[in-house]
Design a protein around this ligand. Structure first.
Ligand code: S3P
Length: 174
């Protein structure tokens, strides 16, 4: 069943590997919304994949492009936007999201994130060369820093329990 809702923008935030792109795409289909994924937009604009951008141009370049792409999202109505894990924590991005839509934090335990990221680290330049113990330490440290921002989202959902119908919980907030 497709549900009809108008004039909303939903930003999905949360740590790398938590499932932001996957759920954004399922929820957009369920309510017949446009889908925007900041990483995919960055790759389209730059003509490079995320790893190549970090290696060739550096993180600062990536973050500036990420903020630009996020700001461009307000050109779209009826849209679910999956943001990269660091997006909410740079520049004015988090406040920008709060002003322009509903912000969702997809929250997961460190164990859940580790199990996801350990098999998916190749395409993520910030963790691609880490040993298992370095990856665990990185998740612990970075998650605690980033949660200070993520936790201010309008809606916090347990990534280990979300489903297609969680979009209804999000819409209830509107
Ligand atoms: C990053 C997360 C990645 C991507 C980039 C940086 C981060 O997106 O934007 O590798 O700083 O956490 P995902 O959260 O979709 O993996």
């Amino acid at each position: 069943m497709i549900i009809s809702v108008n004039n909303m923008r939903v930003f999905i935030t949360g740590f790398m590997g938590v499932g932001k792109s996957y759920w954004a795409s399922r929820w957009a289909a369920k309510i017949n919304y446009n889908l925007l994924d900041t990483d995919i937009e960055i790759e389209k604009i730059s003509g490079l994949n995320i790893s190549a951008i970090f290696h060739l141009k550096g993180e600062k370049f990536f973050r500036e492009l990420e903020s630009k792409v996020l700001h461009l999202s307000t050109n779209s109505q009826n849209c679910i936007i999956a943001t990269g894990g660091g997006c909410a924590t740079y520049s004015d991005n988090f406040n920008f999201m709060k002003k322009n839509g509903i912000v969702v934090y997809l929250k997961a335990s460190q164990n859940f994130l580790f199990n996801r990221l350990v098999v998916e680290s190749d395409k993520r330049p910030l963790i691609s060369n880490k040993s298992h113990s370095e990856l665990k330490d990185y998740i612990t440290k970075t998650l605690s820093e980033r949660e200070m921002i993520y936790n201010n989202a309008d809606v916090v959902l347990d990534a280990e329990k979300v489903s297609d119908t969680s979009i209804l919980e999000i819409l209830n907030y509107a």
